[in-house]
Design a protein around this ligand. Structure first.
Ligand SMILES: Cc1cc2nc3c(=O)[nH]c(=O)nc-3n(C[C@H](O)[C@H](O)[C@H](O)COP(=O)(O)OP(=O)(O)OC[C@H]3O[C@@H](n4cnc5c(N)ncnc54)[C@H](O)[C@@H]3O)c2cc1C
Length: 531
Protein backbone atom coordinates (compact mmCIF):
# COMPACT_ATOMS: atom_id res chain seq x y z
CA UNK A 1 0.00 0.00 0.00
CA UNK A 2 1.49 3.39 -1.00
CA UNK A 3 0.07 6.36 0.82
CA UNK A 4 2.44 9.13 -0.11
CA UNK A 5 5.16 10.33 -2.39
CA UNK A 6 7.42 13.03 -1.02
CA UNK A 7 10.77 14.55 -1.92
CA UNK A 8 12.41 13.16 1.19
CA UNK A 9 11.66 10.84 4.07
CA UNK A 10 13.56 11.36 7.30
CA UNK A 11 13.60 8.27 9.52
CA UNK A 12 13.74 9.12 13.22
CA UNK A 13 12.99 12.37 15.02
CA UNK A 14 15.97 12.58 17.36
CA UNK A 15 17.76 15.93 17.34
CA UNK A 16 19.67 14.91 14.22
CA UNK A 17 16.56 13.80 12.34
CA UNK A 18 14.74 16.98 13.37
CA UNK A 19 17.63 19.18 12.24
CA UNK A 20 17.89 17.30 8.92
CA UNK A 21 14.13 17.65 8.36
CA UNK A 22 14.35 21.40 9.05
CA UNK A 23 17.26 21.86 6.64
CA UNK A 24 15.44 20.02 3.84
CA UNK A 25 12.18 21.90 4.45
CA UNK A 26 14.12 25.20 4.40
CA UNK A 27 15.28 24.28 0.90
CA UNK A 28 11.65 23.94 -0.17
CA UNK A 29 11.54 20.14 -0.19
CA UNK A 30 8.41 18.26 0.68
CA UNK A 31 9.54 16.28 3.74
CA UNK A 32 7.93 13.55 5.83
CA UNK A 33 9.52 12.79 9.20
CA UNK A 34 8.68 9.33 10.54
CA UNK A 35 9.21 8.62 14.23
CA UNK A 36 8.72 5.27 15.95
CA UNK A 37 7.79 6.81 19.31
CA UNK A 38 4.64 8.73 20.10
CA UNK A 39 6.56 11.97 20.56
CA UNK A 40 9.54 13.47 18.78
CA UNK A 41 12.93 14.00 20.41
CA UNK A 42 14.71 10.65 20.66
CA UNK A 43 17.26 11.10 23.46
CA UNK A 44 16.04 14.68 23.95
CA UNK A 45 12.90 13.98 25.89
CA UNK A 46 11.24 14.56 29.26
CA UNK A 47 8.41 12.94 31.19
CA UNK A 48 6.90 12.97 34.67
CA UNK A 49 8.05 9.54 35.85
CA UNK A 50 9.02 10.12 39.49
CA UNK A 51 6.39 12.13 41.35
CA UNK A 52 3.63 14.59 40.42
CA UNK A 53 5.06 17.96 39.44
CA UNK A 54 8.57 16.60 38.93
CA UNK A 55 9.79 16.77 35.32
CA UNK A 56 12.55 14.33 34.40
CA UNK A 57 14.84 14.51 31.39
CA UNK A 58 14.79 10.88 30.33
CA UNK A 59 18.19 10.96 28.57
CA UNK A 60 20.25 14.06 27.73
CA UNK A 61 19.87 17.11 29.92
CA UNK A 62 22.65 19.69 29.47
CA UNK A 63 23.33 21.30 26.12
CA UNK A 64 26.68 23.10 25.78
CA UNK A 65 27.14 21.54 22.34
CA UNK A 66 23.76 22.82 21.18
CA UNK A 67 24.46 26.27 22.60
CA UNK A 68 27.77 26.44 20.73
CA UNK A 69 26.63 24.77 17.52
CA UNK A 70 26.17 27.16 14.60
CA UNK A 71 23.72 24.64 13.16
CA UNK A 72 21.37 24.96 16.15
CA UNK A 73 21.97 28.71 16.52
CA UNK A 74 20.99 29.32 12.89
CA UNK A 75 17.62 27.64 13.46
CA UNK A 76 16.55 30.50 15.79
CA UNK A 77 14.69 28.12 18.07
CA UNK A 78 13.87 30.86 20.54
CA UNK A 79 11.40 32.07 17.89
CA UNK A 80 9.73 28.66 18.22
CA UNK A 81 9.25 28.61 21.97
CA UNK A 82 12.65 27.55 23.30
CA UNK A 83 14.11 29.35 26.32
CA UNK A 84 17.55 28.45 27.59
CA UNK A 85 18.26 28.74 31.31
CA UNK A 86 21.11 27.59 33.48
CA UNK A 87 22.39 27.10 37.00
CA UNK A 88 24.51 29.62 38.86
CA UNK A 89 27.53 27.28 38.56
CA UNK A 90 28.26 25.11 35.52
CA UNK A 91 29.57 21.96 37.21
CA UNK A 92 31.46 20.68 40.20
CA UNK A 93 33.49 17.56 40.97
CA UNK A 94 33.08 16.61 44.61
CA UNK A 95 35.35 14.42 46.70
CA UNK A 96 34.33 12.47 49.82
CA UNK A 97 36.53 14.69 52.06
CA UNK A 98 34.38 17.71 51.17
CA UNK A 99 36.77 19.12 48.58
CA UNK A 100 35.53 20.18 45.17
CA UNK A 101 36.75 21.59 41.89
CA UNK A 102 34.20 23.98 40.44
CA UNK A 103 33.60 25.23 36.92
CA UNK A 104 32.04 28.62 37.56
CA UNK A 105 30.30 30.80 34.95
CA UNK A 106 33.03 33.38 35.29
CA UNK A 107 36.56 32.24 34.28
CA UNK A 108 38.22 34.32 37.00
CA UNK A 109 36.15 32.58 39.68
CA UNK A 110 37.00 29.13 38.25
CA UNK A 111 40.67 30.16 38.26
CA UNK A 112 40.50 31.40 41.85
CA UNK A 113 39.11 28.02 42.96
CA UNK A 114 41.73 26.04 41.05
CA UNK A 115 44.52 28.16 42.51
CA UNK A 116 43.71 26.64 45.91
CA UNK A 117 44.73 23.22 44.51
CA UNK A 118 48.13 24.30 43.15
CA UNK A 119 50.09 27.51 42.79
CA UNK A 120 49.78 28.81 39.25
CA UNK A 121 46.79 26.58 38.41
CA UNK A 122 44.44 29.55 38.21
CA UNK A 123 46.58 31.21 35.56
CA UNK A 124 46.98 27.86 33.77
CA UNK A 125 43.18 27.66 33.49
CA UNK A 126 42.92 31.21 32.17
CA UNK A 127 45.68 30.52 29.62
CA UNK A 128 43.89 27.38 28.47
CA UNK A 129 40.64 29.30 28.12
CA UNK A 130 42.30 32.10 26.20
CA UNK A 131 43.77 29.53 23.79
CA UNK A 132 40.28 28.11 23.33
CA UNK A 133 38.75 31.50 22.54
CA UNK A 134 41.43 32.11 19.90
CA UNK A 135 40.53 29.05 17.86
CA UNK A 136 36.97 28.26 18.94
CA UNK A 137 35.06 29.32 15.85
CA UNK A 138 37.15 27.67 13.13
CA UNK A 139 37.67 24.63 15.35
CA UNK A 140 33.93 24.09 15.86
CA UNK A 141 33.44 24.62 12.12
CA UNK A 142 36.10 22.03 11.36
CA UNK A 143 34.51 19.57 13.75
CA UNK A 144 30.93 20.02 12.68
CA UNK A 145 31.27 20.18 8.88
CA UNK A 146 31.65 17.08 6.71
CA UNK A 147 35.03 15.58 5.99
CA UNK A 148 37.25 17.03 4.56
CA UNK A 149 36.63 20.38 6.32
CA UNK A 150 39.08 22.19 4.05
CA UNK A 151 37.85 25.77 4.50
CA UNK A 152 37.60 25.51 8.28
CA UNK A 153 41.08 23.99 8.60
CA UNK A 154 42.54 26.80 6.49
CA UNK A 155 40.86 29.35 8.80
CA UNK A 156 42.18 27.45 11.79
CA UNK A 157 45.64 27.54 10.32
CA UNK A 158 45.27 31.30 9.89
CA UNK A 159 44.59 31.61 13.65
CA UNK A 160 47.16 29.16 14.96
CA UNK A 161 50.03 29.19 12.45
CA UNK A 162 51.62 25.79 11.71
CA UNK A 163 53.17 25.41 15.19
CA UNK A 164 49.79 25.95 16.83
CA UNK A 165 48.15 23.49 14.48
CA UNK A 166 50.75 20.93 15.46
CA UNK A 167 49.92 21.54 19.14
CA UNK A 168 46.25 21.05 18.31
CA UNK A 169 47.02 17.82 16.46
CA UNK A 170 48.92 16.65 19.54
CA UNK A 171 45.98 17.61 21.76
CA UNK A 172 43.74 15.51 19.53
CA UNK A 173 45.64 12.37 20.52
CA UNK A 174 46.68 13.30 24.06
CA UNK A 175 45.23 11.27 26.96
CA UNK A 176 43.32 13.57 29.33
CA UNK A 177 45.38 12.35 32.28
CA UNK A 178 48.51 13.60 30.55
CA UNK A 179 46.79 16.88 29.56
CA UNK A 180 45.99 17.51 33.22
CA UNK A 181 49.52 16.70 34.39
CA UNK A 182 51.12 18.93 31.76
CA UNK A 183 49.04 21.96 32.67
CA UNK A 184 48.29 21.82 36.39
CA UNK A 185 50.13 21.13 39.66
CA UNK A 186 47.10 20.29 41.78
CA UNK A 187 44.19 17.96 41.09
CA UNK A 188 41.48 20.62 40.58
CA UNK A 189 42.08 21.35 36.89
CA UNK A 190 42.62 17.69 36.02
CA UNK A 191 39.41 16.70 37.83
CA UNK A 192 37.41 19.15 35.70
CA UNK A 193 39.08 18.04 32.46
CA UNK A 194 38.83 14.32 33.21
CA UNK A 195 35.24 14.38 34.40
CA UNK A 196 34.27 16.14 31.19
CA UNK A 197 36.29 13.68 29.12
CA UNK A 198 34.26 10.88 30.70
CA UNK A 199 31.10 12.12 28.95
CA UNK A 200 32.60 10.14 26.06
CA UNK A 201 33.84 6.58 26.52
CA UNK A 202 37.58 7.01 25.90
CA UNK A 203 39.56 6.06 29.05
CA UNK A 204 41.52 8.89 30.71
CA UNK A 205 44.88 7.33 29.94
CA UNK A 206 44.05 6.55 26.30
CA UNK A 207 44.79 8.62 23.22
CA UNK A 208 41.88 10.81 22.23
CA UNK A 209 40.39 11.47 25.69
CA UNK A 210 42.19 14.81 26.14
CA UNK A 211 40.38 16.63 23.38
CA UNK A 212 36.97 15.57 24.72
CA UNK A 213 37.78 16.78 28.24
CA UNK A 214 39.26 20.03 26.95
CA UNK A 215 36.41 20.69 24.52
CA UNK A 216 33.60 20.15 27.00
CA UNK A 217 35.37 21.97 29.85
CA UNK A 218 36.14 24.94 27.61
CA UNK A 219 32.59 24.97 26.23
CA UNK A 220 31.32 24.88 29.81
CA UNK A 221 33.49 27.88 30.64
CA UNK A 222 32.38 29.65 27.48
CA UNK A 223 28.63 28.99 27.11
CA UNK A 224 27.86 27.15 30.36
CA UNK A 225 25.75 23.98 30.47
CA UNK A 226 22.31 25.40 29.52
CA UNK A 227 19.01 23.51 29.73
CA UNK A 228 15.69 24.14 27.98
CA UNK A 229 13.25 25.78 30.37
CA UNK A 230 10.58 23.27 31.35
CA UNK A 231 12.47 20.17 30.19
CA UNK A 232 14.67 18.78 27.43
CA UNK A 233 11.55 17.91 25.47
CA UNK A 234 11.04 21.61 24.79
CA UNK A 235 14.15 21.64 22.62
CA UNK A 236 12.68 18.84 20.50
CA UNK A 237 9.27 20.52 20.39
CA UNK A 238 10.86 23.77 19.19
CA UNK A 239 12.55 21.84 16.36
CA UNK A 240 9.26 20.16 15.50
CA UNK A 241 7.34 23.45 15.53
CA UNK A 242 9.92 25.09 13.26
CA UNK A 243 9.77 22.17 10.83
CA UNK A 244 5.96 22.18 10.72
CA UNK A 245 5.90 25.95 10.25
CA UNK A 246 7.76 25.35 7.00
CA UNK A 247 5.27 22.83 5.75
CA UNK A 248 7.01 19.68 7.02
CA UNK A 249 4.92 16.71 8.15
CA UNK A 250 5.65 14.62 11.24
CA UNK A 251 4.17 11.17 11.67
CA UNK A 252 4.75 9.66 15.13
CA UNK A 253 4.09 6.04 16.10
CA UNK A 254 5.52 5.13 12.68
CA UNK A 255 8.48 2.76 12.91
CA UNK A 256 10.27 2.24 9.61
CA UNK A 257 10.92 -1.44 9.03
CA UNK A 258 12.81 -1.15 5.73
CA UNK A 259 14.39 1.19 3.26
CA UNK A 260 13.19 0.36 -0.23
CA UNK A 261 16.18 -0.13 -2.50
CA UNK A 262 16.25 -0.91 -6.18
CA UNK A 263 18.92 -0.43 -8.80
CA UNK A 264 21.39 0.63 -6.09
CA UNK A 265 19.18 3.59 -5.09
CA UNK A 266 16.95 4.27 -2.09
CA UNK A 267 13.40 4.77 -3.40
CA UNK A 268 11.50 5.18 -0.16
CA UNK A 269 10.65 3.32 3.04
CA UNK A 270 8.13 0.88 4.43
CA UNK A 271 6.71 1.27 7.93
CA UNK A 272 5.89 -1.57 10.30
CA UNK A 273 2.19 -1.46 9.37
CA UNK A 274 3.10 -2.17 5.75
CA UNK A 275 2.70 1.37 4.40
CA UNK A 276 5.16 2.23 1.63
CA UNK A 277 6.24 5.83 1.16
CA UNK A 278 8.09 6.88 -1.96
CA UNK A 279 10.92 9.39 -1.68
CA UNK A 280 11.84 10.89 -5.02
CA UNK A 281 14.99 12.66 -3.86
CA UNK A 282 16.38 11.22 -0.61
CA UNK A 283 15.97 9.00 2.40
CA UNK A 284 17.76 10.47 5.41
CA UNK A 285 18.24 8.07 8.31
CA UNK A 286 18.60 9.14 11.94
CA UNK A 287 19.26 5.49 12.72
CA UNK A 288 22.43 3.95 14.14
CA UNK A 289 24.61 2.53 11.39
CA UNK A 290 24.50 -1.21 12.22
CA UNK A 291 20.70 -1.17 12.44
CA UNK A 292 20.35 0.89 9.28
CA UNK A 293 22.49 -1.40 7.12
CA UNK A 294 21.63 -4.76 8.66
CA UNK A 295 17.94 -4.38 9.46
CA UNK A 296 16.47 -1.58 7.35
CA UNK A 297 18.51 -1.83 4.15
CA UNK A 298 19.71 -5.44 4.21
CA UNK A 299 23.33 -6.38 3.73
CA UNK A 300 22.52 -7.84 0.31
CA UNK A 301 22.24 -4.27 -1.00
CA UNK A 302 25.67 -3.10 0.16
CA UNK A 303 29.17 -4.31 -0.69
CA UNK A 304 30.27 -7.28 1.50
CA UNK A 305 32.94 -5.11 3.07
CA UNK A 306 30.22 -3.05 4.82
CA UNK A 307 28.96 -6.16 6.58
CA UNK A 308 32.51 -7.17 7.49
CA UNK A 309 33.22 -3.72 8.94
CA UNK A 310 29.97 -3.71 10.88
CA UNK A 311 31.07 -6.95 12.45
CA UNK A 312 33.80 -4.88 14.14
CA UNK A 313 31.47 -1.99 15.04
CA UNK A 314 32.42 -0.83 18.54
CA UNK A 315 29.49 0.29 20.71
CA UNK A 316 30.05 2.69 23.58
CA UNK A 317 29.41 1.41 27.10
CA UNK A 318 25.96 0.55 28.48
CA UNK A 319 24.39 3.16 30.74
CA UNK A 320 22.44 2.87 33.98
CA UNK A 321 20.33 5.94 34.78
CA UNK A 322 18.56 6.65 38.04
CA UNK A 323 16.07 9.47 38.53
CA UNK A 324 14.87 10.75 41.89
CA UNK A 325 12.29 13.15 43.19
CA UNK A 326 13.76 14.67 46.37
CA UNK A 327 11.80 16.52 49.04
CA UNK A 328 14.64 19.04 49.47
CA UNK A 329 17.85 20.15 47.77
CA UNK A 330 21.00 18.15 48.51
CA UNK A 331 23.14 19.12 51.47
CA UNK A 332 26.51 18.67 49.81
CA UNK A 333 29.57 18.30 52.05
CA UNK A 334 31.39 20.37 49.45
CA UNK A 335 29.93 23.85 49.31
CA UNK A 336 31.14 24.04 45.70
CA UNK A 337 28.46 21.61 44.55
CA UNK A 338 25.61 23.73 45.85
CA UNK A 339 24.26 25.75 42.93
CA UNK A 340 25.95 23.59 40.26
CA UNK A 341 23.70 22.11 37.55
CA UNK A 342 25.99 19.14 36.94
CA UNK A 343 27.89 17.38 39.70
CA UNK A 344 30.49 14.65 39.18
CA UNK A 345 31.39 12.27 41.99
CA UNK A 346 32.40 8.70 42.83
CA UNK A 347 36.06 8.78 41.86
CA UNK A 348 39.14 10.82 42.61
CA UNK A 349 41.68 11.51 39.89
CA UNK A 350 43.29 8.05 39.95
CA UNK A 351 39.87 6.49 40.40
CA UNK A 352 38.90 7.54 36.87
CA UNK A 353 41.55 5.16 35.53
CA UNK A 354 40.33 2.31 37.77
CA UNK A 355 36.73 2.94 36.69
CA UNK A 356 37.64 2.86 32.99
CA UNK A 357 39.70 -0.31 33.54
CA UNK A 358 36.73 -1.96 35.27
CA UNK A 359 34.51 -1.19 32.29
CA UNK A 360 37.16 -2.43 29.93
CA UNK A 361 37.68 -5.81 31.59
CA UNK A 362 34.04 -6.37 32.48
CA UNK A 363 34.31 -5.88 36.27
CA UNK A 364 31.58 -4.18 38.27
CA UNK A 365 33.15 -0.84 39.31
CA UNK A 366 33.57 -0.53 43.09
CA UNK A 367 33.78 3.25 42.73
CA UNK A 368 31.52 4.15 39.81
CA UNK A 369 32.07 7.55 38.24
CA UNK A 370 28.69 9.27 38.38
CA UNK A 371 27.29 12.23 36.45
CA UNK A 372 24.54 13.88 38.45
CA UNK A 373 22.00 16.51 37.41
CA UNK A 374 20.39 18.95 39.85
CA UNK A 375 17.66 19.99 37.48
CA UNK A 376 15.64 22.26 39.74
CA UNK A 377 18.85 24.10 40.54
CA UNK A 378 19.36 24.61 36.79
CA UNK A 379 15.70 25.40 36.07
CA UNK A 380 13.30 26.08 38.96
CA UNK A 381 10.30 24.99 36.83
CA UNK A 382 11.39 21.34 37.04
CA UNK A 383 9.80 20.59 40.44
CA UNK A 384 7.81 22.27 43.23
CA UNK A 385 9.58 25.01 45.20
CA UNK A 386 11.86 23.64 47.90
CA UNK A 387 12.28 20.23 46.19
CA UNK A 388 14.82 18.93 43.65
CA UNK A 389 14.34 16.86 40.50
CA UNK A 390 17.55 14.89 40.00
CA UNK A 391 19.10 12.09 38.00
CA UNK A 392 22.41 10.28 37.86
CA UNK A 393 23.95 8.06 35.28
CA UNK A 394 26.98 5.87 35.20
CA UNK A 395 28.33 3.35 32.75
CA UNK A 396 28.45 -0.36 33.45
CA UNK A 397 30.41 -3.14 31.76
CA UNK A 398 28.65 -4.83 28.87
CA UNK A 399 28.92 -8.10 30.82
CA UNK A 400 26.49 -6.90 33.52
CA UNK A 401 24.15 -4.87 31.34
CA UNK A 402 21.34 -7.43 31.60
CA UNK A 403 22.01 -8.67 35.11
CA UNK A 404 19.19 -7.08 37.16
CA UNK A 405 20.60 -8.27 40.47
CA UNK A 406 23.97 -6.65 39.89
CA UNK A 407 22.40 -3.56 38.33
CA UNK A 408 20.18 -3.11 41.39
CA UNK A 409 23.20 -3.55 43.61
CA UNK A 410 24.89 -0.89 41.51
CA UNK A 411 21.97 1.49 42.09
CA UNK A 412 22.54 1.02 45.83
CA UNK A 413 26.26 1.63 45.31
CA UNK A 414 25.59 4.94 43.55
CA UNK A 415 23.20 5.95 46.31
CA UNK A 416 25.70 5.09 49.02
CA UNK A 417 28.36 7.21 47.26
CA UNK A 418 25.83 10.02 47.10
CA UNK A 419 25.16 9.65 50.81
CA UNK A 420 28.89 10.11 51.45
CA UNK A 421 29.16 13.35 49.49
CA UNK A 422 25.68 14.64 50.38
CA UNK A 423 24.70 13.29 53.83
CA UNK A 424 20.95 12.92 54.27
CA UNK A 425 20.38 12.22 50.58
CA UNK A 426 18.68 8.88 51.26
CA UNK A 427 16.12 10.38 53.60
CA UNK A 428 15.19 13.03 51.03
CA UNK A 429 14.04 10.53 48.39
CA UNK A 430 10.33 10.68 47.60
CA UNK A 431 10.56 8.22 44.68
CA UNK A 432 13.16 6.64 42.43
CA UNK A 433 12.77 5.62 38.78
CA UNK A 434 15.51 3.44 37.31
CA UNK A 435 16.31 3.13 33.59
CA UNK A 436 18.31 -0.04 32.97
CA UNK A 437 20.35 -0.32 29.76
CA UNK A 438 17.56 -2.34 28.10
CA UNK A 439 14.99 0.27 29.08
CA UNK A 440 17.00 2.95 27.33
CA UNK A 441 16.99 0.91 24.13
CA UNK A 442 13.29 0.10 24.51
CA UNK A 443 12.49 3.83 24.63
CA UNK A 444 14.84 4.78 21.77
CA UNK A 445 16.05 2.11 19.37
CA UNK A 446 19.26 4.07 18.74
CA UNK A 447 20.41 3.54 22.34
CA UNK A 448 21.50 -0.03 21.68
CA UNK A 449 22.08 -1.73 25.04
CA UNK A 450 22.22 1.71 26.64
CA UNK A 451 25.00 3.07 24.40
CA UNK A 452 24.49 6.83 24.36
CA UNK A 453 26.73 8.02 21.53
CA UNK A 454 25.81 5.89 18.51
CA UNK A 455 29.12 4.02 18.78
CA UNK A 456 32.41 4.55 20.55
CA UNK A 457 34.33 7.83 20.52
CA UNK A 458 37.71 6.06 20.45
CA UNK A 459 39.93 7.36 17.60
CA UNK A 460 39.57 4.07 15.71
CA UNK A 461 35.91 4.92 15.05
CA UNK A 462 36.17 8.65 14.47
CA UNK A 463 36.56 10.86 11.38
CA UNK A 464 37.06 8.69 8.28
CA UNK A 465 36.57 5.58 10.44
CA UNK A 466 33.05 6.66 11.52
CA UNK A 467 30.84 4.69 11.40
CA UNK A 468 33.01 2.23 9.46
CA UNK A 469 36.28 2.79 7.62
CA UNK A 470 35.29 4.74 4.53
CA UNK A 471 34.57 8.32 3.66
CA UNK A 472 33.42 9.56 7.05
CA UNK A 473 30.66 11.37 5.17
CA UNK A 474 26.86 11.12 5.30
CA UNK A 475 26.64 9.59 1.82
CA UNK A 476 26.25 5.82 1.90
CA UNK A 477 27.07 3.18 -0.73
CA UNK A 478 23.37 3.41 -1.68
CA UNK A 479 22.51 6.41 -3.81
CA UNK A 480 19.94 8.69 -2.26
CA UNK A 481 20.44 7.27 1.26
CA UNK A 482 22.16 9.48 3.85
CA UNK A 483 23.25 8.68 7.40
CA UNK A 484 22.15 11.41 9.85
CA UNK A 485 22.46 9.77 13.27
CA UNK A 486 25.18 10.11 15.90
CA UNK A 487 26.82 7.07 14.27
CA UNK A 488 28.02 9.53 11.62
CA UNK A 489 30.84 12.05 12.02
CA UNK A 490 31.14 14.04 14.33
CA UNK A 491 29.30 11.61 16.63
CA UNK A 492 27.28 11.81 19.85
CA UNK A 493 25.91 14.86 21.61
CA UNK A 494 23.16 17.29 20.77
CA UNK A 495 24.76 19.61 18.23
CA UNK A 496 22.69 18.71 15.17
CA UNK A 497 25.74 18.47 12.93
CA UNK A 498 25.14 14.85 11.85
CA UNK A 499 21.63 15.76 10.73
CA UNK A 500 22.68 19.01 9.10
CA UNK A 501 25.51 17.35 7.18
CA UNK A 502 23.23 14.57 5.95
CA UNK A 503 20.65 17.09 4.75
CA UNK A 504 23.21 19.26 2.96
CA UNK A 505 24.69 16.19 1.27
CA UNK A 506 21.18 15.21 0.15
CA UNK A 507 20.58 18.73 -1.21
CA UNK A 508 23.94 18.76 -3.00
CA UNK A 509 23.16 15.37 -4.52
CA UNK A 510 20.34 17.14 -6.40
CA UNK A 511 22.26 20.36 -7.14
CA UNK A 512 23.98 21.52 -10.33
CA UNK A 513 27.17 19.55 -9.59
CA UNK A 514 25.26 16.38 -8.79
CA UNK A 515 26.81 14.23 -11.50
CA UNK A 516 30.34 15.18 -10.45
CA UNK A 517 29.54 14.59 -6.78
CA UNK A 518 27.90 11.23 -7.48
CA UNK A 519 30.87 10.21 -9.55
CA UNK A 520 33.34 11.22 -6.84
CA UNK A 521 31.57 9.57 -3.92
CA UNK A 522 30.58 6.56 -5.99
CA UNK A 523 34.14 6.05 -7.17
CA UNK A 524 35.51 6.50 -3.67
CA UNK A 525 33.11 3.90 -2.27
CA UNK A 526 33.99 1.56 -5.13
CA UNK A 527 37.70 1.88 -4.42
CA UNK A 528 37.25 1.43 -0.67
CA UNK A 529 34.60 -1.23 -0.51
CA UNK A 530 34.69 -3.25 -3.66
CA UNK A 531 38.44 -3.80 -3.91
C1 LIG B 1 21.32 8.96 29.18
C2 LIG B 1 21.86 9.92 28.12
C3 LIG B 1 22.42 11.13 28.52
C4 LIG B 1 22.93 12.02 27.57
N1 LIG B 1 23.36 13.26 27.97
C5 LIG B 1 23.66 14.18 27.03
C6 LIG B 1 23.80 15.54 27.39
O1 LIG B 1 23.58 15.92 28.56
N2 LIG B 1 24.13 16.43 26.43
C7 LIG B 1 24.29 16.05 25.11
O2 LIG B 1 24.61 16.90 24.25
N3 LIG B 1 24.12 14.76 24.73
C8 LIG B 1 23.79 13.83 25.65
N4 LIG B 1 23.51 12.54 25.27
C9 LIG B 1 23.74 12.14 23.88
C10 LIG B 1 22.66 12.65 22.94
O3 LIG B 1 21.39 12.57 23.53
C11 LIG B 1 22.68 11.83 21.64
O4 LIG B 1 23.98 11.80 21.11
C12 LIG B 1 21.72 12.44 20.62
O5 LIG B 1 20.39 12.42 21.11
C13 LIG B 1 21.81 11.68 19.31
O6 LIG B 1 20.82 12.18 18.46
P1 LIG B 1 20.25 11.33 17.25
O7 LIG B 1 19.24 12.18 16.60
O8 LIG B 1 21.39 10.82 16.45
O9 LIG B 1 19.58 10.04 17.90
P2 LIG B 1 18.46 9.87 18.99
O10 LIG B 1 18.36 11.05 19.87
O11 LIG B 1 18.74 8.58 19.65
O12 LIG B 1 17.10 9.78 18.17
C14 LIG B 1 16.84 8.75 17.26
C15 LIG B 1 15.36 8.73 16.98
O13 LIG B 1 15.10 7.87 15.88
C16 LIG B 1 13.98 7.06 16.18
N5 LIG B 1 14.11 5.84 15.41
C17 LIG B 1 15.12 4.93 15.45
N6 LIG B 1 14.87 3.93 14.57
C18 LIG B 1 13.71 4.24 13.96
C19 LIG B 1 12.95 3.59 12.94
N7 LIG B 1 13.32 2.43 12.42
N8 LIG B 1 11.80 4.17 12.54
C20 LIG B 1 11.38 5.36 13.06
N9 LIG B 1 12.07 5.99 14.04
C21 LIG B 1 13.22 5.45 14.47
C22 LIG B 1 14.07 6.83 17.68
O14 LIG B 1 12.81 6.46 18.22
C23 LIG B 1 14.54 8.21 18.15
O15 LIG B 1 13.44 9.07 18.36
C24 LIG B 1 22.95 11.65 26.20
C25 LIG B 1 22.37 10.44 25.80
C26 LIG B 1 21.81 9.59 26.75
C27 LIG B 1 21.17 8.31 26.30
Amino acid sequence: MTTATVDAVVIGAGPNGLVAANALADAGWDVLLLEANDVVGGAVSSADVTAPGFHTDMFSAFYPLAAASQVIKNLDLTDHGLTWVQAEKVMAHTLPDGGSAVLERDPASTAAGLETFGKGDGQAWLDMFEGWLRIRDPLLDAMFTPIPPVRAVLKLLGRTKPAGLLDLARLAVLPVRRLGMENFRGVGGPLLLTGNAMHADVPPDAAGSGIFGWLLAMLGQDVGFPVPQGGAQNLAFALQRRFESRGGQVRTGARVSSVLVSGGRARGVRTEDGTAIKATRAVVADVVAPVLYRDLVGLEHVPPKVGESLHRFHWDNPTLKINWALDRPLAWKAAGATGAGTVHFGTDLDGFVDFAADLSVGRQPVHPFVLFGQMTTADPTRSPAGTESTWAYTHVPREMSEDRIRLDEHVRRVESHLEQVAPGFGSSIITRFVQYPNDLEASDANLVNGAINGGTSYPHQQLVFRPIPGLGRPETPIQGLFLASASAHPGGGVHGACGWNAATSALHSQGPLRMVRRQLTGTAWDRLLRS
